[in-house]
Design a protein around this ligand. Structure first.
Ligand code: ZN
Length: 543
């Protein structure tokens, strides 16, 4: 018997023994009322439908995200929450697009599926250019191509070198007991280190150089290969270009893998290929702020203390941001609606936060944490100051601000539209038995797992890094990574009522338990040095 299996067995035994013992600390009367409201009078699908079908993609800085924030604020007010409001943070120029038509005109193949990356410039009407396959990765590559690229459309990626990471996954999956047990088993591999930051810094510097070069050379457009197959257009944007003082280059497109690779094969055969590209995009220089949306259910005897639930309201622009992350936003909204509807009077103040700028590097939650929870000294290194904030090295010491001691916990939901199956403690061993107790009466909803592993890439990270308990739930993956994540398939039909109702019950229960507990949740030691496993920001430089 391998040691892994033994460990797995003991983790399951632990769950079974510990859960019934701890269940006694759960408010089962409230758990029953939460379920009843959530199942009988759920509004979670209607909230998600409005955010996706009516408002649509919610790129940070676009008028649509502000509209979504205002709509959420008004619903929170309707439900009787207090101080529903938009809080601004510095972001840069917004961007939106209204047209993208790409056709192969020679040979006469016709239209192909492609979309513009966010913060790309448009064309002035339909323009034509000859396709050229080129790798441009450093200054030397640029030097070599100088004077040769006027009027060209550059195909910047080669064919798929390896199986895309999504391919071995099943197209749709839920965690089974075995994989949940694997998640409990602690990963004792060597820490990963900070290499992502170095790579991101290099990429950032080269992106500027490349943009200047392409515009100066008279390149018509660039085309990149979508990172998913089966016609899925998966893309983000060059978010550094939201800063109008940086060069914006030429129109940048992402094309579906199948037509892209077909054209590559024909180029390789020596054929002349010409494309026509018509892309209309718009910057929104009138508004350089972005917004977080917040509201509260005021507390009772412990009203000075706070429990937060959050998700990001912003999305990328290819789909309508259903699983990333109208789902999480709708669940957070529904959780506080449920608590209001059943007349919950929490001891601590319950606050909901819908963040902006998550996809560009957790910008909304970072700004809010810096202003309210803890900040760091400004770097004195001129080179560091040239970089966008999230690429700068962390400075020390961490300096607690007004709300640092008041927040019991922050609960985040942003791993797609799947059911909640448990929670990551982020290495906070003291909260594990508490959470075990809270999930015991949720076992019949499939919530069984507390793992001490840490997860990253979303808005609980700034809280965790500031020394405040910040958590993300374990969610069933469904078709998030193979299909919907940052893709044009991320639309309302990917959402499932059953999953979102379940998640609303779990979120409302965690909020209630945290609000009512005699003590605030236990904390990890106050951070005095960088974490062993630095967590990256989602989407920084995502395509
Ligand atoms: Zn997300």
């Amino acid at each position: 018997m391998d040691s892994k299996r033994k460990l797995r067995g003991s983790a399951i035994a632990w769950m079974l023994v510990a859960a019934p013992l701890a269940a006694q600390s759960v408010d089962l009367d409230m758990a029953t009322r939460i379920r009843d409201e959530a199942v009988r009078r759920s509004q979670v699908m209607e909230i998600a439908r409005h955010l996706t079908d009516e408002i649509g993609p919610r790129l940070t800085g676009s008028p649509a995200l502000r509209q979504a924030g205002e709509w959420a604020r008004d619903r929170l007010t309707d439900w009787g929450l207090s101080r529903a409001r938009l809080e601004p943070f510095e972001f840069g120029e917004g961007w939106s697009f209204s047209r993208c038509v790409v056709s192969v005109v020679e040979p006469e193949i016709g239209p192909v599926a492609a979309l513009p990356k966010a913060w790309t410039v448009g064309t002035e009407g339909a323009v034509r250019g000859e396709a050229v396959r080129l790798t441009l990765e450093d200054a030397e590559d640029l030097e070599e191509q100088k004077g040769k690229l006027a009027g060209k459309i550059l195909f910047l990626d080669g064919p798929r070198k390896e199986e895309p990471s999504a391919r071995p996954r099943r197209d749709f999956e839920r965690w089974d007991d075995e994989r949940l047990a694997e998640l409990v088993e602690l990963d004792l591999d060597e820490p990963r280190g900070d290499s992502w930051r170095e790579q991101a810094r290099k990429r950032w510097a080269f992106t500027r150089q490349l943009a200047e070069f392409l515009a100066a050379e008279g390149v018509v457009a660039t085309v990149e290969l979508s990172s998913r197959d089966h016609g899925i257009l998966r893309l983000g944007g060059d978010s550094a270009k939201r800063d109008p003082s940086l060069p914006r280059g030429v129109p940048g497109l992402v094309m579906a893998a199948e037509p892209y690779q077909r054209l590559l094969r024909r180029l390789e055969g020596g054929e002349r290929i010409e494309l026509e590209v018509d892309v209309a995009t718009r910057f929104h220089p009138e508004e350089t702020l972005a917004y977080n949306t917040l509201a509260e259910i005021p507390g009772g005897d412990k009203r000075g203390e706070i429990v937060l639930a959050g998700a990001h309201l912003d999305s990328w622009h290819a789909g309508t941001g259903a699983t990333d992350n109208a789902a999480g936003s709708a669940v957070v909204l529904e959780a506080v609606r449920i608590l209001q509807a059943i007349g919950a009077r929490p001891r601590r103040t319950i606050r909901v936060a819908l963040w902006g700028g998550e996809e560009q590097g957790l910008l909304g939650s970072r700004a809010w944490v810096e202003a309210n929870v803890a900040d760091r000294p400004e770097s004195t290194d001129a080179e560091e100051l040239e970089l966008p904030r999230m690429l700068r090295r962390e400075t020390w010491p961490l300096r607690p601000r007004a709300e640092h001691g008041k927040i019991s916990a922050y609960f985040n939901l942003d791993n797609g539209g799947g059911k909640i199956r448990g929670i990551y403690t982020q290495g906070n061993l003291a909260v594990a038995p508490i959470f075990q107790g809270w999930i015991a009466p949720l076992a019949d909803l499939g919530v069984t797992t507390v793992t001490n592993e840490a997860t990253g890439s979303t808005d609980h990270v700034p809280f965790d890094r500031a020394g405040v308990p910040g958590f993300q739930f374990i969610q069933d993956p469904l078709d998030y990574f193979p299909r919907t994540h940052h893709s044009h398939l991320d639309t309302f039909e990917r959402l499932r009522r059953e999953d979102l109702v379940q998640a609303s019950i779990v979120m409302a229960t965690f909020l209630w338990q945290t609000a009512q507990r005699e003590e605030k949740l236990p904390r990890k030691p106050f951070p005095v040095e960088p974490p062993v496993r630095p967590e990256t920001g989602e989407g920084a430089g995502a395509r």
